[in-house]
Design a protein around this ligand. Structure first.
Ligand SMILES: C[S@@+](CC[C@H](N)C(=O)[O-])C[C@H]1O[C@@H](n2cnc3c(N)ncnc32)[C@H](O)[C@@H]1O
Length: 216
């Protein structure tokens, strides 16, 4: 019992130390390239995204999708194996398009394809959608980019008038990275809704709906 308590205290102290360090360090992206991401998917490192601890985050993102895009269309950037789509009532949406740089993940997602669902293997910094969407979702992906605001802005022309972005980011120990990204995003976009998801004291996510400005 005492050992478990000591163990937990050490983990907490370690997390506090990392949090402090992350606040002092300048913004640095996660910086994983396609090859590494492919090998992580191939070796099951991302399987935990289907675990019970991640389900509440998907629950919040999918609730926002239902409210904001029922009868409409969704583009998901960094869709991985298509787990968000598995959480959606597919009959409610006219179109769902997922994009991810990992071909291993996209090949797995493709079992979900049908006449209104597509998955494309592409770098989000280069991908050009073939239409506009009611909603563009960035679910745990912006931390990978050198310039996350530029990445989000890149998709503005592909949002229907009155449409939204949904952004989810982990708020555990990568505090400084995600705080910087939120600051940049909120310098451009109004926050329409914000949910904080916590499944454990160090497993927290912020999920926000951002209003996309209509072009002048
Ligand atoms: C933490 S996972 C999140 C996956 C999924 N959205 C989720 O919420 O579980 C990050 C995803 O972003 C993808 N990704 C990273 N860099 C990317 C890029 N430049 N273009 C497209 N996808 C990228 C990764 O392959 C991975 O699937």
């Amino acid at each position: 019992m005492i050992t478990r308590r000591v163990e937990r205290a050490l983990v907490r102290a370690g997390n506090r130390g990392r949090r402090l360090l992350s606040i002092l360090k300048p913004y640095e992206p996660m910086g994983q390239g396609k090859e590494l991401l492919d090998s992580q998917y191939a070796s099951a490192e991302w399987d935990y995204l289907r675990s019970i601890g991640e389900a509440p985050r998907f629950g919040v993102v999918s609730a926002y999708c239902r409210l904001l895009a029922s009868g409409g269309s969704i583009l998901e950037i960094g869709c991985g194996e298509g787990i968000l789509l598995e959480h959606l009532d597919r009959g409610r949406f006219r179109r769902f398009a997922g994009v991810d740089i990992s071909s291993v993940a996209v090949d797995r997602a493709r079992v979900l394809e049908d006449d209104r669902t597509t998955f494309t293997c592409a770098d989000a910094e280069a991908h050009v959608p073939d239409r506009a969407f009611d909603l563009v979702v960035f679910n745990e992906v912006l931390e990978y980019f050198d310039d996350p605001l530029a990445l989000v802005r890149r998709y503005e022309p592909f949002v229907e008038p009155g449409g939204h972005f949904i952004v989810s980011m982990f708020a555990g120990i990568h505090t400084a990275r995600t705080r910087s990204i939120w600051r940049w995003l909120e310098s451009r976009y109004a926050v329409v809704a914000h949910t904080r998801v916590a499944t454990h004291r160090d497993h927290l996510w912020n999920v926000k709906v951002l209003r996309v400005p209509t072009p002048a």
